[in-house]
Design a protein around this ligand. Structure first.
Ligand SMILES: C[S@@+](CC[C@H](N)C(=O)[O-])C[C@H]1O[C@@H](n2cnc3c(N)ncnc32)[C@H](O)[C@@H]1O
Length: 259
């Protein structure tokens, strides 16, 4: 009986091909099959468009395109996940190594998580390896010139399209709030920023590290704008980056750290 192939979840970084890790490149080039997610049957795979410029051509390697429509509905996404695992499973059962490419990092809002869970449900002994990637979160922080967290600061990561009704509360409780998957949430976000007086502490980056990168530091200008589908907003309450923080933390049991 042929041994099961390995399933790799490979993060390819946020957009710039030179942000792919050495390990990601090695695993992609060695795989028998590249599983390439895309959001429509006719569209390109964002993950493959990031990796393709630096991956060595390999005529023996199969490119398996898998469509996962952008949807919050399980009834839309689930059948696509099952179909993807059917196709990937066929290759794994033939002993082939399959690398599922994912934009950014596979552990951050990636379809790979659903694919891995379903594959492990079907083949519990399957070997799965995750190759971490540079996530859009740290890339956007780098572009904005802010530390995500310093000293005792706390960070919240929010998929905005699933609801930001509690955003005022989050902005008050966390030092840094990362808003991803903006969808139609912009009006509520801008209103919460105004209510908390944090409008000037927010910035938006879309298509970070890609040729079309856009940085908006005056988020008031985003009224009537979605920001685009690869867009993120970060709100950082203070500018105390890099300094020893002596002020009392909200939780008095937390110690002040030396820099
Ligand atoms: C499905 S999640 C994928 C996140 C990805 N796995 C990561 O680690 O960055 C998509 C969301 O990530 C954010 N995102 C992904 N790539 C981005 C980029 N290049 N620039 C800005 N935001 C990005 C956006 O908020 C987008 O709605």
């Amino acid at each position: 009986m042929t041994a099961l192939g390995t399933l790799y979840g490979v993060g390819v970084g946020p957009g710039a091909p030179d942000l792919l890790t050495v390990r990601a490149l090695r695993v992609i080039e060695a795989a028998d099959v590249l599983a390439l997610p895309r959001s429509s049957d006719f569209g390109a795979s964002v993950a493959w468009s990031i990796a393709a410029p630096i991956v060595k051509a390999n005529a023996a390697q199969e490119r398996l395109r898998l469509t996962f429509p952008m949807s919050k509905e399980a009834t839309v996404v689930r059948p696509r996940v099952l179909a993807a695992v059917d196709a990937i499973g066929e290759r794994l059962l033939a002993g082939r190594a399959v690398a599922f490419l994912t934009e950014g990092d596979p552990s951050v809002f990636s379809t790979f998580g659903y694919v891995r869970d379903e594959a492990l449900r079907r083949w519990p002994s399957l070997r799965v390896e995750v190759v971490p990637g540079v996530t859009s979160i740290t890339s956007v922080a780098a572009i904005g010139g802010i530390p995500l967290a310093d000293g005792h600061e706390r960070v919240a990561i929010i998929p905005a399209t699933y609801g930001v009704g509690d955003l005022v509360d989050l902005l008050e409780r966390f030092d840094t709030v990362v808003l991803m998957k903006l969808g139609g949430a912009m009006p509520t976000i801008l209103e919460a920023l105004e209510r908390t007086g944090l409008t000037d502490r927010a910035f938006l980056v879309s298509r970070a590290t890609m040729a079309e990168q856009r940085v908006e530091r005056d988020v008031r200008r985003l009224e009537g704008d979605t920001g685009g589908c690869l867009a993120m907003m970060i709100v950082k309450r203070s500018d105390r980056s890099g300094r020893l923080v002596n002020e009392a933390a909200p939780d008095a049991t937390r110690a002040t750290e030396a820099p």
